[in-house]
Write a protein that binds this ligand. Structure first.
Ligand SMILES: Cc1cc2nc3c(=O)[nH]c(=O)nc-3n(C[C@H](O)[C@H](O)[C@H](O)COP(=O)(O)OP(=O)(O)OC[C@H]3O[C@@H](n4cnc5c(N)ncnc54)[C@H](O)[C@@H]3O)c2cc1C
Length: 438
């Protein structure tokens, strides 16, 4: 089995960032520094936390450190579904309505924050807040469709039910028997989003990329050790997702699940004409092991339908080539009319998962705060958590802070090698009954 947590912070060129122009990263941190606040991790959580701290403490400089270049984490590698209304697999429980509402308040807070920041900073990231479609092809997903329909009705969430013909008309795909179009939610080019957020940070945030924090030493003030720098600071916000255990936090509570997907080349006009009426769309399976599929605004089909426990690491080039067979099968069964269209890119990404599906938010030890672990739904939620953890660490109360604090505690995972075995089976179990939806 592979190592559970690595500390090498390799840069991998694959993914949505490959579709963007080159970007010059900010310089690595060097030397000794004294600041009031440091945020570790410049994904959506860390970026939101740093932005909020900057507003709350205009007289302070906020240090934001990332081990890699911005966009290399899950925030730049996801499928770009920005969720307003979460779908919970495995049944609709009326006793959970308050909990569903709480999660959706958090989602919506993150969605609204992103919407406002993208508009205020004119971030070009193919943002489209027109909702997306949840799909079902096979029996298990069709059961989830029924649960989801009842849940949306109970929550009075704006949605439209779609049958096979309607789905074919919209997407050009005959695989799905049923779908639900949710009115709110957005689609985004994730790497363009995180870059845009990083490049428009307030003046009192200082970002350093390729600046891995290797240790948070428990002193007063806290001491952060990097390869070529040291930072003493009063408070730290840790936003390192599944890599928190390398800093001695959430050990045995979070691991990484590795997902992979592929993009076609840009479709020709004739190929696009053979698809449905929607010019750009996102279809997310109602089965947890099913595919997420998009027609991007630049005319590519993107499909992500593999997930595995791989020691919390990205896939190598050879491993990616092997996974493309799974992506290809999912693509051709949806779009036989595009069977001649080759894939141009493949990529992987690692999402933080917990045993009981909870998220983490709060103080870990004196001066050290943490938010993360969103189990594959962290674009809107991570943004809200990041914003709220800055409030919480600054002593600001709010309804969203209370909502984030109300997460169930994390479920403990055993030490290795049982952790590896347990994580392997947990990720594999998401495909149970997936059938045609993969
Ligand atoms: C393939 C894939 C598809 C997904 N699809 C969706 C989707 O469609 N919708 C959705 O809502 N969610 C999706 N997710 C999940 C979502 O991307 C994540 O939940 C979210 O981006 C997590 O944000 P984050 O900022 O907490 O973590 P990350 O984006 O992982 O950021 C953590 C950052 O911390 C840095 N770091 C780690 N250790 C250190 C250290 N020691 N020192 C300094 N920096 C460090 C990392 O380099 C990284 O940049 C997907 C995830 C994957 C992998």
């Amino acid at each position: 089995m592979m190592t559970a947590i690595n500390n090498t912070f390799a840069t991998d060129r694959h993914g949505w960032a490959e579709l963007l122009p080159q970007r010059r990263p900010s310089p690595p941190l060097q030397g000794g520094h004294r600041v009031a606040w440091t945020v570790i991790g410049a994904g959506l959580t860390g970026l939101a936390a740093a932005r909020r701290l900057a507003a709350l403490h205009p007289g302070e400089e906020i240090l934001l450190l990332d081990a890699r270049c911005v966009g290399q984490g899950a925030s730049g590698r996801n499928s770009g579904f920005v969720v307003a209304t979460s779908q919970f697999n495995g049944g609709f429980d009326t006793n959970q309505l308050e909990n569903y509402r709480r999660v959706n308040r958090i989602n919506l807070a993150g969605l609204d924050l992103l919407d406002a920041q993208i508009a205020a900073n004119a971030i070009e990231c193919q943002w489209r807040r027109e909702g997306f479609i949840h799909t079902a092809a096979d029996n298990t997903a069709l059961r989830e469709y029924d649960y989801f329909r009842c849940y949306l009705e109970a929550l009075e969430a704006d949605h439209e039910l779609l049958d096979e013909n309607a789905l074919h008309r919209l997407l050009g795909c005959r695989l799905y028997s049923a779908g639900i179009r949710i009115a709110d939610g957005a689609l985004v080019q994730p790497a363009a989003l995180v870059r845009g957020l990083a490049d428009s940070l307030p003046a009192n945030v200082r970002l350093h990329e390729q600046s891995a924090v290797l240790e948070i030493a428990d002193r007063k003030p806290l001491m952060l050790r990097l390869a070529n720098a040291e930072v003493s600071c009063d408070k730290v916000i840790v936003a390192t997702n599944y890599e928190a255990p390398a800093l001695g936090l959430l050990r045995r509570y979070i691991v990484g699940s590795t997902l992979a997907g592929s993009f076609t080349r840009v479709l020709t006009e004739a190929e696009r004409a053979g698809l449905g009426n929607l010019k750009e769309w996102g279809a997310i399976s109602l089965h947890s092991g099913g595919a997420t599929v998009r027609l991007t605004s630049d005319g590519r089909i993107q499909i992500r339908n593999s997930a595995e426990y791989h020691g919390s690491r990205l896939l190598s080039d050879d491993e990616l080539v092997a996974r493309q067979a799974i992506h290809r099968a999912g693509f051709e069964k949806r779009f036989p009319q595009l069977a001649q269209v080759p894939f141009e890119y493949a990529w992987s990404g690692v999402e933080g998962i917990t045993r009981n599906g909870t998220n983490f938010f709060g103080q870990q030890r004196a001066g050290v705060y943490l938010a993360g672990g969103y189990n594959g739904s962290g674009v809107s939620r991570g943004t809200a958590f990041g914003n709220a953890i800055a409030d919480y660490a600054s002593g600001q109360a709010s309804r969203i802070v209370n909502d984030c604090l109300a997460n169930a505690p994390g479920a403990w995972m055993p030490p290795r090698p049982l952790l590896d075995i347990g994580a392997f089976f947990k990720v594999r179990s998401r495909f149970k009954g997936v059938g045609a939806d993969r």
